[in-house]
Ligand binder design. Structure first.
Ligand code: ASP
Length: 591
């Protein structure tokens, strides 16, 4: 104890501390003047303590001028709050500190929004004053949760003898399917570094280098369109292991998540179900299914084998699918509600939607004229719809109709409150096709990346039918999000070359972009495999948030700007000159 009293956090004091002299530092969370006394809730990162100023004291006038977010130091005596004034919602709610000395350490401007509550505030304003936003309870909670998650990840891998190795930020492009961020080189005019889209090739080279168990909490940068679950830069737990089977990688990553959920949320996770890619699409219409609820899609084409309904008949004739989705309790919907649902389905790519409502008063349908009683019965049976339920029907080409029905499944899940953020349904999706059609270019591109190994006996398909090649590629999913991907890699240089050739690269391109990597594989690369999981998404879901910006201290806004620092921004012409760059855009610095 010093003469000033023992320095104490604002969350620590309890009834048992009565009579102690303490010193508290913190921010003015709230000030209330009444009964001639001034009450201040003093806040630091550990909690809030009520401190009380009495009028006879010298510092009373100063206390009267205290404003929200001023930073003060007080010294005083802990006493019990009078009966009836305790606050059971606060850990410190039984006590208060009668202030003997007050020191104002710093004043605060009037904050642009309330810091002491989590009221809704425009996100750009929050991001511009992020330091105030981060002081608020929700962000304090979220970033602490994120810390616990990352710590649990490191502890887990440390216990399994993984080595954390940092890889550089200034590298040659590692393709993960996005656009690179480029950094111009001053020393090598006209040349550029790329910021890593991931440490993929470097971690594989670490396998060649004999570090059989690698881990990195790695920053990745991808220049792509932003979404609630995407940022230009994000953090992954990046893992690679030598001499492993796919099952061993899955076991490792699954156990890691189990350890994280136990440590951070005290939740015991059940074993993660495994689905093949085909099964995920067939049952849930998505390769990142939300497994918190059932409502699986039912293929009811068989019910319409002899249908006179032209839409269904022509779909089946083309080899398309008719999918049924149960809507629990949906029979209570009005025609209007169904019309609105149909419009929504159209925004998700549906050509149209047929509904059947199994009300107690009888069955109704938007296509009553075209559907026989037998067909309706077979559909309800196929979709396991009971009285009181509705069934939504979608028809179309296989990939498209599955995607639409999958999105509508999520919609129905939302409407029926089946997507509880406090519930966690992890799962694995396995056996991905090697190639899919790139949305932007329409050309075949790796579903994961070009370093994944095809399934063993699919090598011979590469020339004959590349779209049929399957990869030893797996995704971990949680609540309808893809947490991350991984694969067993190619470890032989001739095979790696063959994949690049399948992707249409000629020898010169392969040499220029990947020559160093293929050479490394040629010096005794061990068989290896690994995975990366997005820490931002993990933290977002663990915190019950629906945007990763809520778990990142300084994220970019929706249009990739840092509105606090004002980045990106122009740079002085001299800097551009040093880099041998000139902008072709009008205005100062091309802005
Ligand atoms: N590099 C991959 C990614 O960022 C993960 C992996 O294959 O390990 O998605």
């Amino acid at each position: 104890m010093t003469e000033r009293g023992m320095r104490t956090s604002c969350g620590a004091l309890r009834a048992g501390d009565e009579g102690r002299t303490v010193e508290l530092d913190g921010w003015v969370n709230r000030r209330r003047d009444h009964g001639g006394l001034i009450f201040v809730d003093l806040r630091d990162w550990e909690g809030v303590t009520q401190i009380v100023f009495a009028p006879e004291q010298d510092h009373f006038a100063t206390a009267e001028r205290l404003r929200h977010e001023d930073v003060i130091r007080v010294c005083g005596t802990v006493r019990r709050r009078p009966d009836g004034t305790q606050n059971p919602r606060l850990g410190t709610g039984d006590v208060e500190v009668g202030v003997a000395r007050l020191e104002v350490l710093n004043r605060s401007e009037v904050p642009p929004f309330q810091v002491n509550a989590d009221d809704a505030v425009d996100e750009n304003l929050r991001l511009e004053y992020r330091y105030l936003d981060l002081r608020r309870p929700r962000m304090q909670r979220n970033l602490r949760m994120r810390h616990r998650i990352v710590k649990a990840i490191r502890d887990f891998f440390d216990a399994r003898e993984f080595v954390e190795i940092e890889t550089p930020m200034l590298i040659k492009s590692t393709p993960e399917g996005a656009r690179d961020y480029l950094v111009p080189s001053r020393m090598h005019p006209g040349s550029f570094y790329a910021l890593p889209q991931s440490p993929q090739m470097l971690k594989q080279i670490l396998m060649v280098a004999g570090f059989g168990r690698y881990l990195q909490i790695a920053r990745c940068m991808r220049d792509e369109d932003l979404r609630a679950d995407r940022q230009p830069e994000f953090t992954q737990v990046d893992v690679e292991m030598s001499f492993v089977t796919q099952d061993e990688v899955l076991e490792t990553m699954e156990s890691c998540m189990r350890a994280v959920w136990k440590a951070a949320l005290d939740v015991d996770l059940p074993p993660f179900p495994r689905l093949t890619y085909d099964e995920a699409l067939r049952r849930y219409g998505s390769d990142k299914p939300d497994l918190r609820f059932g409502l699986e899609l039912a293929d009811v084409g068989h019910a319409f084998a002899a249908s006179e309904f032209a839409v269904f008949a022509s779909t089946l004739a083309r080899g398309g699918e008719i999918l049924a989705l149960r809507y629990p309790g949906g029979a209570a919907l009005s025609r209007r509600d169904f019309d609105a649902l149909t419009e929504l389905a159209k925004t998700h790519g549906a050509q149209g939607m047929v509904w059947i409502a199994r009300a107690a008063s009888g069955t109704k349908s938007s296509a009553a004229k075209f559907l026989s009683a037998d067909e309706i019965a077979a559909v309800c049976d196929g979709a396991a719809a009971a009285e009181g339920d509705a069934v939504l029907l979608f028809a179309g080409d296989r990939a498209a109709v599955r995607a639409t029905a999958g999105r509508m499944r999520l919609e129905v899940g939302d409407r029926c409150n089946l997507r509880d953020p406090a519930k966690f349904a992890f799962g694995w999706v396995l056996d991905f096709p090697y190639l899919d059609l790139d949305e932007a270019t329409g050309k075949p591109a790796p579903a994961h990346h070009a370093f994944s190994a095809p399934v063993d006996d699919h090598w011979e398909l590469i020339e004959r039918d590349p779209m049929a090649v399957r990869a030893q590629h797996y995704d971990m999913v949680l609540n309808g999000y893809e947490l991350g991907s991984g694969s067993i890699r190619i470890h032989r240089p001739d095979q790696q070359r063959k994949i690049f050739e399948m992707l249409g690269l000629d020898d010169a391109e392969i040499e220029a972009r990947f020559g160093f990597f293929i050479r490394a594989l040629g010096y005794g690369a061990p068989p290896h495999g690994g995975m990366a999981l997005g820490i931002d998404r993990i933290a977002m879901l663990a915190c019950g948030e629906d945007s990763i910006r809520e778990v990142i201290a300084f994220p970019k806004n929706q249009v990739a700007r840092d509105v606090m620092m004002d980045a990106p921004s122009g740079v002085p012409d001299e800097l551009l000159h040093d880099l041998n760059l000139r902008t072709t855009l009008p205005g100062p610095h091309g802005r």
